[in-house]
Design a protein around this ligand. Structure first.
Ligand code: ZN
Length: 241
């Protein structure tokens, strides 16, 4: 018997003894891929935005800040399973979900061939106070999973948050923009010099936070290129101008 066959048999036995739960629906399943059962893989409202440059995420930044590629993995809507999945890794302590979803998203980005010349992944940082409260930055775990699947490294400390701004979700559009100016600082511009950076965040709503992060990086490191990838995106495009 070959080693790979033995390994497969042992892993099947392990699945029988310790069945795994699907990270989306929570059902015990024998067969899963990226931690997600076959039903949920069929059910997830994927955007497929990473397959084309001409998509609503990239368009959201057009004329405001220059980006190379822009994408989101799935639609964030209503009271869906997928919305609650994001809530669980964002507020519920389940950071490993972010990493697992990151691996899946990263493998799709990789197969698209559109992200081949990305050099480094940078997660949108949390303010240290929020980081202490939550214990982790969900976007950093998402970035780690993506990096693993894409064969890239994560530059965690390159940018930082200057202020601990309250959630953008509860603000009006104009307020959001006033609140966000100068929000990010770049700590290690030399680490990003001449690189193609993939900026990663969990949910894209207005794009205001992401736009400010891009502006700060381009100000500090003019000779870099930036692409954007978020795990989820709201279905309705909120105008940011
Ligand atoms: Zn499932």
């Amino acid at each position: 018997m070959s080693m790979s066959m033995l390994r497969k048999i042992l892993s099947n036995i392990a699945t029988l003894i310790f069945p795994r739960r699907c990270i989306a629906c929570g059902e015990y399943v024998a067969e899963q891929m990226h931690g997600i059962c076959i039903h949920c893989r069929y059910d997830i409202p994927l955007t497929n935005y990473w397959l084309t440059q001409d998509n609503p995420v990239r368009e959201r930044f057009a004329g405001i800040v220059p980006i190379v590629e822009g994408s989101a993995f799935f639609f964030y809507s209503g009271h869906s399973l997928w919305r609650s999945l994001v809530h669980r890794f964002k507020y519920g302590g389940r950071w490993h979900i972010a990493r697992t979803m990151g691996r899946w998203y990263g493998s799709e980005l990789r197969s698209s061939g559109r992200y081949d010349d990305v050099d480094v992944i940078v997660p949108i940082p949390l303010h240290p106070v929020k980081m202490l409260k939550r214990g982790y930055n969900q976007s950093a775990y998402l970035a780690e999973g993506m990096a693993e699947a894409m064969g890239l490294s994560v530059e965690r400390g390159a940018i930082y948050r200057r202020r601990n701004n309250p959630s953008q979700a509860r603000r009006h559009t104009a307020e959001r923009w006033q609140n966000i100016e100068g929000l990010f600082g770049v700590r290690h511009p030399e680490r990003l010099k001449a690189k193609h950076i993939l900026l990663v965040d969990d949910v894209l709503t207005t794009g205001a936070t992401m736009t400010e992060a891009i502006r700060s990086i381009l100000d500090a490191v003019p000779e870099c290129r930036i692409s954007v990838a978020t795990l989820a995106v709201t279905r309705r495009i909120t105008p940011i101008r």
